[in-house]
Write a protein that binds this ligand. Structure first.
Ligand code: ADP
Ligand code: ZN
Length: 434
């Protein structure tokens, strides 16, 4: 099922023509902002006669947004803006993004495409467990779900018992939730003696906003007896709705009528060929208040070559591996937190939560991984515990080429977050390091 079959299955050459038309319009719009008027002054816009000539335009970064806060990127008179959103500030000072009425409508439409693509319908009961407010996750999905016509429960995050109560009372069938919170919610269900397969009506979950592995997706699918779809977006483009999985769950279709995709080498800035992994760079093609040209998302992924079985022609990006600034350098070795998650979550004695600590010991970095045990393995005896810890250390060593200390802890003992989970704690500058 499609929300807008013509657009979603548009032949590639037609899609490219539309992109070029929209790119030209976007550049013309962008020139209305103080920032782009300045940046593009030596560029002959009329020469952007093909999509590849976009490479003549310089990249825009998060720092540029911050340095031209608040109105440096604004392209319309203030009375045309109907909403502002602000990023959650995961990596520093927040940035602000403005929307006109048309921007909000376009966002609702791509959200509706994403929702319908997973098989959710207007007859579904949708419980939106993402934060409402400045964070785009809540309101973005809210308006998309209402557009589809689902009964939408704007419950927001937290208060797990109330979440479960609503699920029971209203037979919630679709949820939108942070992956870390989905695992926590299951724990509360267990404490309450609720078996999702027997006692609830859940069938689809949208998870996103934070990096997570295929292993975590499978864990959530199994625990909640639900189909889980990966949702990717960022406030600077609109919010959620930028890219989403279809029912084949093999990469996320990125709506190419709305965004132009490039993958670049994060160090050299060179554009990489299709299929190679690098930093995702996006250009908005249908935004009015604050179009962004060649915006460096910081997110690492690749374009999945080839067509999808669902017949949508918009290309797919791979699951986000992390942000380029997420990379940890441990005694000179580059490690991504998702490599750690992937390894530990495929080991059955590991439960649902973990934290990565980096200490400094005798001038050397020391990686310490604390992982909660799965309930069925806890407490176990000392010998068993040692055996499991050694097994996990061995597997991590093979994957990372660094030997971490692994500490298995009691289920439910590590911190849980209402917003995006904080998995990495760098203690290298702290005096109290081990
Ligand atoms: P902030 O940049 O302050 O976290 P946003 O709420 O705009 O603010 O977050 C967008 C970022 O969240 C993305 O750039 C990406 O790093 C991360 N993100 C969003 N969805 C996903 C996803 N499905 N998988 C991995 N990371 C994601
Ligand atoms: Zn598909």
């Amino acid at each position: 099922m499609y929300w807008n079959k013509n657009i979603e299955t548009m032949p590639c050459n037609e899609l490219k023509r539309l992109q070029l038309k929209r790119l030209k319009k976007t550049i013309a719009y962008a020139l209305k902002s103080e920032y782009y008027r300045n940046v593009l002054k030596n560029i002959h816009i009329e020469k952007i006669s093909s999509l590849s000539r976009i490479s003549e335009i310089p990249y825009t970064s998060k720092t540029d947004l911050r340095e031209h806060f608040p109105y440096g990127f604004l392209c319309v008179p203030q009375e045309e803006i109907i909403r502002l959103h602000s990023s959650s500030g995961t990596t520093g000072t927040p940035t602000v993004v403005f929307h006109t009425k048309e921007d909000i409508e376009a966002w609702q439409n791509i959200m509706a495409r994403c929702i319908v693509m997973t098989g959710a319908r207007r007859s579904d009961i949708f419980q939106n467990m993402m934060g409402y407010g400045l964070f785009t996750g809540g309101l973005g999905f809210h308006y998309g779900a209402e557009k589809v016509g689902m009964l939408t429960i704007p419950i927001g995050p937290g208060n797990s018992k109330r979440q479960i109560w609503f699920m029971q009372q209203f037979k919630t069938s679709v949820i939108h939730i942070l992956p870390s919170y989905a695992l926590r919610l299951h724990e509360v269900m267990e404490e309450m003696g609720i078996d999702p397969a027997r006692d609830l009506s859940l069938r689809i979950a949208f998870i996103g906003a934070e990096p997570h592995t295929e292993e975590i997706r499978q864990k959530i699918e199994k625990l909640l007896d639900i189909k889980v779809y990966n949702s990717y977006g960022l406030s600077e483009m609109c919010g959620p709705g930028v890219a989403f999985e279809c029912t084949y769950q093999n990469g996320l279709h990125l709506w190419e009528d709305e965004f132009y995709i490039e993958i670049i080498d994060p160090t050299t800035g060179k554009v990489l060929p299709e299929g190679e992994e690098g930093e995702l760079v996006l250009t908005t093609l249908n935004r009015k208040a604050m179009p962004l040209l060649r915006y460096r998302t910081g997110d690492l992924t690749r374009i999945i070559p080839g067509a999808c079985q669902c017949k949508r022609t918009h290309r797919r990006i791979d699951r986000i591996k992390g942000r380029s600034d997420d990379m940890l350098i441990i005694n000179g070795v580059n490690i991504f937190p998702m490599q750690i998650e992937k390894t530990i979550m495929s080991i059955p004695c590991v439960g649902k939560n973990y934290v990565i600590e980096i200490h400094k010991k005798n001038f050397m970095d020391k990686l310490v991984i604390k992982a909660e045990m799965a309930k069925e393995h806890f407490p176990g005896n000392q010998a068993e515990l040692k055996h499991f810890e050694q097994k996990i250390t061995g597997e991590l060593k093979t994957e990372l080429l660094v030997t971490p200390d692994v500490i298995l802890v009691e289920p439910g003992s590590l911190p849980v977050y209402e917003g995006k989970a904080k998995r990495v704690i760098d203690l290298r500058d702290e005096k109290c390091s081990i």
